[in-house]
Each structure stands twice: as C-alpha cells, then as structure tokens.
Design a protein around this ligand. Structure first.
Ligand code: ATP
Length: 317
C-alpha cells in the first residue's frame, strides 16, 4: 500500500475508535468502566440490608470480589467461587446482586452468562458436546470482554465431568490461546453438601455455639470434600483436583426466625407494612401451615425462603 493510503486507513481506525468510545459506548454496552462500574460498596450495602441469616457470606464475598477487582492488573487467574447450601438459602439471590452491582445492565448484561444445570445440560450421554459448548462459549465471551461473569446454577444436577473442560479456562493460564481469563469471575451454585452444612451447624449449636459465631473455617474442609465426592458436575473433576476454586462459601440453613424475616421482606416488596396485625396474622399462618423442618434437629426450614413469594402474593390478593 502507498504510504498515503496507509495513513488514510490509520486515520479511519482512529476515527472508528474515537466514535466507539465517545459515542457508541455512551449509549450501548461496551467492555468498559461505564458498563462495568463494579459498584462493590453498593453490593456491600445491599447484602447488608437484604441478605438474611448468612453472616459468613457477608464476611467473605465482598472482600473476595474487592481484592480480585482491585488487583486486576496483577491477577494471574480468574476468581472462582463455589456457593453451597440447601434450597432457598439465597445462593441465586446473592449471585444476582453481584451481577447487578458489577454490571450496569445487571444479569441482562452481555458479559453475564448464566447456565442452568438441568435445563442446559440434561443428558448424561452428551457430556462430550456439553464440554465443547462450554469451552467455546466461555472463550467467545471472554474474547468479547475479559471482565465477564459466569454463573453455573444447579451444578449438582449436571452430569459429572462437564467441568473438566473448564479447568483449563479457570486455571493459572494468563492467556489461553490469546484469551485473557485473568479478570473473569466464575460462580458455581449447588445444593451439594447442603445437608452436611445443616448437620454440622445443628451439632455445633447443640454444643452451645451461636450460629453467628461460626466461621468459614468450620465449614470449608467439609465443602471441599463434599464437592469432590458428591454426584453432579464437580464429581471427581480435575477442577477440584487442581485447586482452582478460590473460595467455598457455605449458605447456612434458615431457621424459623429467618423465614419470618423473609416473609416480612416480601410484605415490604408489596408496599405493605409487615408490622400491621393483619400482616402478622398471615405470617403466622404461613409459618404454621406451610413450613416444614429438618428431621434431625427440627430447627431448619427444609425449603428455606423459597416459595414464600407466591404464598404472600396469594394471601394479599
Ligand atoms: N438468605 C436470604 N435472605 C433474604 N432472602 C432470601 C434468602 N434466601 C432466599 N431468599 C428469598 O428467597 C428467594 C429464593 O432464594 P434463592 O433463589 O436465592 O435460593 P437458592 O439458594 O438459590 O435455592 P436453590 O438451591 O433451590 O436454587 C430469593 O429470591 C429471596 O427472595
């Protein structure tokens, strides 16, 4: 090419970049600070005011995200977190809040991908093609934005081995065929070890320990072991063997007092005052008629705060 036309091309590229940064990206989602504001303080505030009964989650999630984001230039691997707990303890609730705080468009962002174990990976016989699918999609998303968030829900309902494909994507490999994985965040949600968490917490409480005094270290070894051995997506995967999961976070089972708080929060969501006698009556009725507790300790609500939304809606209308 003639030097003149090279100059013209360079000019056009510069114009294009200028246009993208100052015009297009001001209105549409781009992989930049405007679209990914990473509002950690907002996350901290919203968890503090909305998350019930999960002191360990509150203690560890914000510092883990803060450290990963603050050190993003020096990061050598993505942040990988695994949430464990019984249904209705807040795993999706927290994952959604993380997406909403980090991305302007929240869970609807193009850089937030959510997979559902049962719906997206239903067949044991197709593990091979699922692995290829995850591998391809994760790489594609990372290429369009290294600061992507991947949420894998119902990990325990995925056929085992699916995650072997992910190990190389989340491991210490700053660049996988030119794909930057070091700024990404992976969150895995499962019921795995939920009953073990409940059993262990129940025993500690029986021995006089306060729920709020329990620590991550009380549960972490149990979670690590359970994730490796239990049926589901992580069973005996290289992902556990190669220690790429940075944090195992236990979601504690909900007690009656927590379920009552969840019911009160539902009333507030409907702009109703939960302290009104009528509301208190409905709450008491739901607690007495539709909450069942675990058999061992008779302390923990089996379905946590799940399904309360519909029950409150029904009672109000
Ligand atoms: N710890 C909690 N604090 C406040 N609200 C909660 C909590 N846990 C659950 N909820 C309420 O219950 C709803 C359902 O909970 P969520 O979907 O987070 O459960 P989950 O732990 O992901 O369950 P599953 O394992 O079945 O997917 C939430 O949208 C929220 O309204």
């Amino acid at each position: 090419l003639e030097p003149l036309s090279m100059g013209a091309i360079g000019g056009a590229v510069a114009m294009g970049m200028y246009f993208k940064e100052y015009t297009y990206c001001r209105f549409s989602e781009c992989c930049d600070d405007r679209s990914i504001p990473a509002r950690i303080h907002e996350l901290e505030r919203s968890l503090e005011s909305t998350l019930i009964g999960q002191h360990i989650v509150k203690q560890h999630i914000v510092p883990a995200l803060k450290a990963h984001i603050a050190s993003s230039d020096k990061s050598r691997k993505p942040l990988v977190i695994s949430f464990h707990g019984q249904p209705g303890t807040g795993k999706n609730f927290v994952a959604d809040q993380i997406a909403n705080a980090l991305y302007l468009k929240g869970s609807k962002s193009n850089y937030v991908t959510k997979y559902l174990g049962q719906a997206d990976f239903p067949n044991e016989s197709q593990v091979g093609s699922y692995k290829a699918k995850i591998n391809l999609e994760v790489r594609q998303t990372l290429r369009s934005c290294p600061r992507s968030l991947f949420i894998f829900d119902e990990v325990d309902k995925m056929p085992s081995g699916v995650f072997d494909a992910l190990t190389s994507l989340v491991d210490y490999n700053a660049f996988v065929d030119g794909t930057d994985n070091t700024k990404a965040i992976f969150i895995f949600l499962s019921n795995t070890a939920g009953s073990h968490i409940a059993g262990h917490l129940g025993s500690m409480m029986k021995n006089g320990r306060l729920r709020e005094d329990t620590r991550l270290s009380d549960f972490e070894p149990l979670l690590r072991k359970a994730a490796y051995n239990m049926d589901g997506g992580m069973k005996k995967t290289t992902m556990i063997e190669s220690l790429v999961i940075d944090h195992f976070i236990p979601f504690l089972p909900m007690e009656k007092a927590h379920v009552i708080k969840c019911l009160e929060a539902e009333f507030v969501r409907w702009f109703r005052d939960p302290t009104q006698p009528k509301a208190q009556e409905i709450i008491e009725d739901i607690i007495n008629s539709s909450i069942s507790y675990d058999r061992t300790h008779s302390l923990f609500a089996i379905s946590g705060c799940k399904t309360l939304e519909k029950k409150v809606a029904m009672a109000i209308h």
